[in-house]
Design a protein around this ligand. Structure first.
Ligand SMILES: [Zn+2]
Length: 490
């Protein structure tokens, strides 16, 4: 059978009705099932005997929706909570006509000047006389008041009780709810942008149960919330990595009356893909979140890398991310220690390689190029050795434009610094009677220098991005590396 959500004009409300109807379908023993986005609403296909629905509705709603605590939802004030729980009287007359109530004809014929949002004017209002609650849709009330669609000026903000209960059922089934800080509630609704089938609906409903009412200690800005949530709760990533959902995130501030603190509509697919690819990627994000004072700047630039559209922009943001991450992580580690670390913490190479390839769209020839790797190795020394720390090389390369000559100048300067440093390290070790220096700095060959300059003249942006990012990640222990170097880095 085919059901249609009413098409209230509020997508975050219609999808909750769709999830509620699917939950009902599961209860009624439905086989195959799917939700398909349609203009203005959602179509639900269910392989179910229509006669089963009314009894399933009675059973499920009386069993699950009679507790008052379920209605502690944003927008329902404590003094009105008694109006909401399911009672025997409500719904008695209407449960036989699901097919009609949620038909395409009904969805198409909604008159916005009528009394109820969902167009079901014959059915009593959800929660008595009150208007549409915030939990049903964050956008409740506002557009209709300002748009004033009806001639009479009537405010069309109510929901019928059937849609109301199904919405609550939808919230309990497919909407992720978390607490953040002392008084914020985060309500995250995945909205499918293409058809999702039974397996995906099941995965969504079960993931929701896993993280129901989890808690995030520190306040995180809305823009990086999708990234932070998915890193903290992998089951969310499982659902969203199918690239089939948008994420509607609302932050509510609890109080006498609940207020919407912010709304974000995000496309979480690339973020989910990134996080599901490797645990190193999750650990990279987690590093920014685990402190009392989360590192917001690296999260923001990473978010821009993952959600950006323009390749040059993504490359730029990737360099910013790597640089911010390394300095921020080390700064906070050192503030807690009396002595500075002899080697700075760098990014995981797996994470940087993934971002360079999949997000910054760098060609493997450049990422794997021996000359690029050799110069990155030299620059890594200056980025990681506390005693000789010097970020000017990486920053000058990062900010160099293709025609300024700054790139070549910095490379040459870094070479000279590396050469004189090598000499002084060797001298130092001779003085204390060691056969070889403890630290090793790589000196690229002249051939590698020429190769790098040639590559840079061909594809400046790619070479620059690779060089900066690789110099800020941990070294690759490949056969090529000399014994000395491995010993020196360790
Ligand atoms: Zn309705």
């Amino acid at each position: 059978m085919e059901l249609f959500t009413p098409g209230t004009g509020f997508i975050d409300l219609d999808i909750k009705i769709a999830y509620g109807l699917c939950r009902l379908g599961f209860e009624a023993g439905a086989g195959d099932m799917s939700i398909t986005p349609m203009p203005g609403g959602f179509k639900i296909d269910m392989d179910v005997n229509p006669d089963e629905l009314p009894s399933a509705y009675k059973l499920l709603f009386h069993r699950l929706l009679s507790g008052k605590h379920l209605y502690k939802l944003p927008g329902i004030q404590a003094k009105y909570i008694d109006n909401y729980p399911v009672s025997d009287l409500k719904e008695a007359s209407l449960i036989d006509s699901f097919l009609e109530i949620y038909s395409p004809e009904h969805a198409a014929s909604i008159d916005f000047s009528k009394n109820k949002m969902c167009g079901h004017d014959d059915i009593p209002s959800f929660g008595g006389t009150s208007g549409l609650i915030l939990a049903a849709s964050t956008h409740a009330g506002m557009p209709y008041k300002s748009g004033n669609l009806s001639q009479s000026g009537h405010m069309n903000t109510k929901l019928c009780e059937l849609c109301g209960y199904i919405t609550v059922m939808g919230i309990l089934s497919g909407v992720f709810r978390l607490n953040m800080g002392s008084n914020l509630r985060i309500v995250t609704t995945p909205i499918p942008s293409q058809r999702i089938g039974r397996k995906e609906i099941e995965l969504l409903f079960s993931s929701k149960l896993v993280l129901e009412n989890s808690y995030i200690k520190n306040k995180i800005p809305l823009t990086v919330l999708p990234l932070s949530l998915m890193a903290r709760f992998p089951s969310l990533t499982d659902v969203l990595s199918s690239l089939k959902y948008s994420l509607h995130i609302v932050v509510f501030e609890s109080g006498q009356t609940d207020r919407v603190n912010g709304i974000e509509l995000s496309q979480p697919g690339q973020i989910a893909k990134f996080l599901s690819k490797s645990t190193y990627n999750v650990a990279t994000v987690d590093e920014c979140l685990k402190n009392d004072d989360p590192y917001i700047e690296p999260l923001q630039s990473l978010n821009r890398v993952l959600t950006g559209r323009d390749t040059d922009y993504k490359r730029h943001q990737l360099m910013v991310f790597c640089r911010h991450w390394v300095s921020r992580v080390n700064r906070s580690i050192e503030s807690g220690k009396s002595q500075a670390l002899s080697l700075k913490i760098l990014l995981y190479k797996q994470t940087v390689n993934y971002l360079l390839k999949e997000e910054a769209m760098l060609s493997p020839e450049i990422i794997e190029n021996d000359a690029v790797r050799s110069f990155a190795r030299t620059m890594r020394f200056f980025n990681s050795d506390s005693q000789h720390l010097n970020y000017t090389f990486v920053d000058n390369i990062r900010n160099a434009s293709s025609d300024s000559g700054e790139f070549e100048k910095t490379i040459e300067k870094m070479l000279r610094s590396a050469q004189s440093l090598r000499l002084s390290l060797e001298k130092g070790s001779q003085e204390v009677g060691e056969s070889k220096p403890r630290k090793f700095i790589n000196i690229p060959s002249e051939k590698e220098f020429n190769e790098l300059i040639r590559l840079a003249s061909k594809d400046f942006n790619q070479v620059k991005t690779a060089l900066v990012c690789l110099s800020l990640c941990r070294p690759e222990y490949r056969g090529k590396m000399t014994e000395e170097e491995v010993g020196g880095k360790g």
